[in-house]
Design a protein around this ligand. Structure first.
Ligand code: SF4
Ligand code: SF4
Length: 379
């Protein structure tokens, strides 16, 4: 639904009147109950108090499409795959449909000059208001710019030109957030992360290889809802999704606390679902929401499928040693105890368990939820 729109005070044409998210959802057959369920889940994911859920519902209902320019640099397309393979039809998909993806190398139909003109037109029409999403790292200013180009423009020039008038930048995936695989030693292309180059705009890192699709849409939902960007952790990741470690929320945690570890992928311990720490699980030093949000529409996640967490959402995970080598000195506040856990097993494992349990208890205390039924009564 698009209606004619007047000009802005500075003479630039205002963007055409787009359908609100509520209108768009109704047009696509999403029930009010389904929408409220999404709002309740979003409030819960963001660890917001239940009293905020009606505000989320009201704001999302009337939210309009922000313009998004999506740049793909040195990447494998896994991040876009993650997003577009998210279960459909879902409200998350529709939120993605609701944003105006004015330029996306992989998804757009336009090519060549037409595609570049679309990017320039979106930047011009939405100056100061559009979001730039980046997946992939890029050769830094000291590297040969010819290592990665699009339409004859180096990745570096395209990024700096595109972010100049952006409201914020979302670095999707561990390559954009931290450099990822292209930056792994010996880093032949001189790859750097987006935040290494963009210093005068907010940069939100949604790390993961690939990132959870719900986290990408969750950040967009928060922006649509509150018109502002989420609270971030020390690596500029949204705290609501990266505030707790995989280990804090892992269902195998009771086995860790008892010192019961699988030693091989097919021993009795593995069959009984014991902890995968000694098979290289990086869950204790990895912050992500896989253990609670899971993958493939909430079906399962790597540790549930019997594979250790590889630590894919942490900086430089490709260079952090063998995927299946047990951690010896993990970073973070439980590092010393885990070092001892490798040697002493049960007793120290229980010590870390106590620490993590007290942290988890604190988090759970603040983390109340609201149901769709309660929301229906309030709205
Ligand atoms: S070490 Fe890995 S498998 Fe074991 S409890 Fe922690 S996250 Fe789960
Ligand atoms: S379980 Fe670990 S390695 Fe697997 S996707 Fe989640 S954070 Fe990445």
């Amino acid at each position: 639904m698009v209606t004619a729109s007047p000009h802005r005070p500075d003479g630039r044409p205002a963007p055409a009147r787009q359908a609100t998210l509520g209108e768009s959802l109704r047009r696509n057959g999403v029930s009010r109950r389904g929408f409220l369920k999404f709002c309740a889940a979003t409030a819960s994911m963001m660890a917001l108090p239940p009293s905020m859920a009606p505000a989320i519902a009201a704001a999302l209902e009337s939210a309009r499409r922000p313009s998004v320019i999506w740049l793909s640099f040195q990447e494998c397309t896994g991040c876009t795959e993650s997003l577009t393979r998210s279960f459909s039809p879902t409200v998350e998909n529709l939120i993605l449909d609701t944003i105006s993806l004015d330029y996306h190398h992989t998804l757009q139909a336009a090519a060549g000059d037409a595609a570049e003109h679309a990017r320039e037109a979106a930047m011009h029409a939405n100056a100061g208001e559009y979001l730039v999403v980046v997946d992939g790292s890029l050769p830094g200013p000291g590297a040969n710019p010819g290592y990665s180009t699009i339409a004859g423009i180096s990745n570096y020039d395209m990024l700096m030109e595109t972010v100049a008038d952006a409201a914020a930048v979302i670095a999707v995936g561990s390559c954009a957030a931290f450099g990822g695989l292209p930056k792994a030693s010996p880093n032949p292309s001189g790859a750097v992360a987006v935040q290494d180059l963009v210093k005068d705009k907010p940069v939100i890192n949604v790390s993961g290889c690939p990132p959870l699709p719900m986290v990408i849409t969750g950040v967009l939902a928060q922006y649509l809802t509150f018109g502002k960007l989420p609270e971030l952790d020390q690596y500029n990741r949204p705290l609501a999704f990266f505030g707790q470690s995989i280990h804090d929320r892992c269902y195998r945690r009771p086995f860790y606390d008892k010192g019961l570890f699988a030693e091989t992928f097919d021993d009795e311990g593995a069959k009984k679902g014991w902890c995968l720490y000694r098979l290289g699980c990086k869950g204790p030093m990895t912050y992500n929401a896989c253990a609670t949000m899971k993958w493939n529409g909430g079906t399962s996640w790597p540790v549930e499928a019997g594979a250790p967490c590889l630590g894919c959402s942490e900086p430089d995970f490709w260079d952090a040693g063998g995927f299946y080598d047990a951690l010896s000195v993990p970073p973070g506040n439980s590092g010393d105890m885990l070092l001892a856990a490798g040697a002493a097993g049960v007793a120290v494992g229980a010590g870390v368990g106590l620490l993590a349990r007290s942290q988890a208890k604190g988090a759970a205390k603040q983390h109340q939820t609201v149901t769709a039924e309660e929301l229906e009564q309030k709205l």
